[in-house]
Design a protein. Structure first.
Length: 366
């Protein structure tokens, strides 16, 4: 019996040792932990190339309203800031004296026309008597002279009537262009001196934006047809609304003091939300990247060997991919070589390592 008990004790001891050194799969190392990341897909698209600048809005056409005569202001037909159309009545000046001049010159013209007609009939009688030998050459010449003098007087009176009528017409002042009218420099009853400034009208439906670009872009600009270059104008504080226009002209030299070239663009302002003098952000499209591969700028990393991105494979593992950076447009970068359309890249500067297991969190950026 003692022998059987000893054998049982030894068996129990061996079983215990075997249990303490178990190497079954259930005792393997814990599973690899994935790293949460955000991803973005590489896209192929046409990307316009812009140059950015700042500028000021100005009226493309400005008209200063100045009277051609001196007269008192009888009536003002507009309010400051009002939109007026070409031909709209702006001012009425006192025309009393000018109407009198018109009446006087017309009366003088009528008088001299009557005298001319009388002298012409008189000349006809002189000619008849001369043909009958009853009038001398001198007397006939006197008749012709009288007709010529009255003809000249009629012509002079006709010119005076036109001049007087023109001055009378100047008493009515109309807008020469369509636009927004500024404040008046006079008031009802005030004397408006000839050629003094009464107000200013600035064209509002079409405006200009004056800006400049650094001379280093001159070669890219001159390669384009200036009149075909598109310009995007944005006004800060105006809900980032953009206005699309075209270049109107470029200066014919580079400013040596600033190292820039002056440019001007035309934009439509049919909603009349833009005002001359406003600050504007300007972008000029000087080219187009066709079929460009783009990824978010936050996905681009850099080391001592250059730019790279983390690319995700089908097994959700990442690998370093060297890429060539072509350009950065807003929040996107254009990659000229290294990745293909549709490949997924890690979006963000996370601490990763080659072949790391990753887990996508959130929606993929497109």
């Amino acid at each position: 019996m003692k022998k059987i008990a000893s054998i049982s004790l030894i068996s129990f001891f061996l079983a215990s040792c075997s249990s303490s050194t178990d190497t079954s799969p259930s005792a393997a190392a814990p599973a690899e932990k994935s790293i949460p990341i955000r991803v973005a897909a590489a896209h192929k698209e046409d990307i316009p190339l812009f140059l950015s600048s700042v500028g000021r809005i100005s009226a493309s056409q400005t008209a200063e309203i100045r009277p051609m005569i001196t007269a008192a202001v009888r009536k003002i037909h507009f309010k400051t800031g009002q939109i007026v159309q070409k031909g709209d009545l702006l001012f009425e000046l006192d025309h009393s004296n000018y109407q009198i001049r018109v009446d006087e010159t017309r009366a003088s013209l009528a008088k001299n026309i009557t005298q001319l007609r009388y002298s012409q009939k008189q000349l006809q009688r002189y000619q008849s008597l001369f043909d009958k030998g009853l009038l001398t050459d001198v007397e006939l010449d006197e008749g012709k002279k009288a007709v010529a003098l009255h003809e000249a007087q009629v012509l002079m009176d006709q010119a005076r009537v036109k001049a007087a009528q023109l001055e009378l017409d100047y008493c009515t002042i109309r807008s020469p262009i369509s636009g927004r009218i500024g404040k008046t420099e006079t008031g009802k009853g005030n004397l408006a001196e000839a050629r003094s400034l009464l107000c200013t009208v600035r064209q509002s439906s079409q405006l200009s934006v004056k800006f400049s670009l650094p001379e280093r872009y001159l070669s890219q600009i001159v390669q384009q047809n200036l009149n075909e270059l598109k310009v995007e104008v944005t006004i800060p504080g105006l809900d980032n609304r953009s206005y699309i226009g075209t270049l109107d002209y470029g200066n014919n030299h580079v400013d040596p003091e600033t190292g820039s070239i002056a440019l001007k663009a035309k934009i439509n302002n049919e909603d009349n939300l833009l005002w001359p003098g406003q600050f504007a952000k300007v972008k000029v499209q000087i080219g187009l990247y066709e079929n460009a591969i783009t990824v978010p700028a936050t996905s681009l990393q850099m080391n001592d060997q250059g730019h790279y991105v983390w690319v995700i494979d089908e097994d959700s593992r990442v690998a370093i991919r060297a890429v060539n950076l072509q350009d950065k447009i807003n929040e996107q970068v254009i990659i000229s070589n290294g990745i293909e359309e549709g490949e997924r890249v890690v979006n963000g500067g996370l601490s990763l390592y080659p072949s790391a297991l990753v887990e996508v969190v959130g929606d993929a950026e497109v």
